[in-house]
Write a protein that binds this ligand. Structure first.
Ligand SMILES: O=C(O)[C@H](O)[C@@H](O)[C@H](O)[C@H](O)COP(=O)(O)O
Length: 232
């Protein structure tokens, strides 16, 4: 499906505009179906956007927020995406939102992925909003090049749910929604910042294997249009 580039002068302007767009999408979903769902990525990029979105005025009690992916660490670990969301998004007006973590206190990441799949099944599908990031290696979610379950993650026939991923550069074992869980979000956003990430995107948009740059699966095969939000 096509991708649309939304370029902004700086991260603050991007954060304001993306927060407005996401808040409008969530409010429309609440009006239409009485509830709304939002899946967000971790990492360093989304912090300002989370802070802006947290202040937007909507019926957050009807919004369920979860993570696109998570490191297999508890929420008191500084590497936790749950912690990042708790500190920056589940604040202000968004404090009233419902949050579904991916991390589960299980004996293994595989057991945690099974538990997280059951726990997140109640969210329903497709997501109303999914916010993806992208690493310098062209990964998105936890779809890392060379990842242990990359083929399974990107296979459109893999059922919706959470699987594990291990890869060089991923750090801890990861818990990640599959491609099939994310690709048909009603609002599908790729949020990247910096000139180097723009260069990575340009390479991802050129010919090459999805396995080399997994973001290509989203850019090439997502059912939903990909809204790219970028600032220098
Ligand atoms: O858990 C994570 O790290 C994210 O979900 C991951 O997919 C992230 O979006 C990219 O790695 C970009 O991270 P930065 O924003 O830190 O560059």
């Amino acid at each position: 499906m096509a991708a649309t580039m939304h370029a902004f002068a700086n991260g603050a302007e991007l954060a304001r505009n993306l927060a407005d767009k996401v808040a409008a999408s969530l409010s429309a979903a609440i009006d239409a179906q009485g509830a709304a769902t939002l899946a967000v990525s971790g990492g360093s990029t989304p912090k300002l956007f989370f802070q802006e979105l947290s202040a937007r005025d909507l019926d957050w009690s009807k919004v369920t927020i979860t993570l696109v992916d998570e490191r297999f660490v508890p929420s008191d670990n500084p590497r936790s995406n749950h912690l990042l969301v708790a500190d920056n998004l589940l604040q202000n007006k968004a404090k009233a939102a419902n949050f579904l973590p991916l991390y589960q206190a299980a004996g293994s990441a595989e057991d945690a992925a099974k538990l997280a799949t059951v726990a997140t099944a109640s969210i329903g599908n497709p997501f109303d909003v999914a916010i993806l990031g992208m690493g310098g290696d062209g990964h998105t979610a936890s779809f890392f090049p060379g990842g242990s379950n990359l083929k399974l993650a990107l296979d459109p026939m893999t059922p919706r749910g959470i699987i594990t991923m291990e890869a060089d550069g991923a750090g801890e074992p990861r818990l990640t929604f599959t491609f099939s869980s994310l690709q048909d979000a009603k609002l599908l956003v790729l949020h990247i910042e910096g000139e180097s990430k723009k260069d990575v995107l340009t390479k991802a948009e050129s010919a090459g294997d999805e396995a080399e740059m997994p973001i290509r699966a989203i850019l090439r095969r997502a059912t939903s249009p990909v809204e790219i939000y970028w600032a220098p």
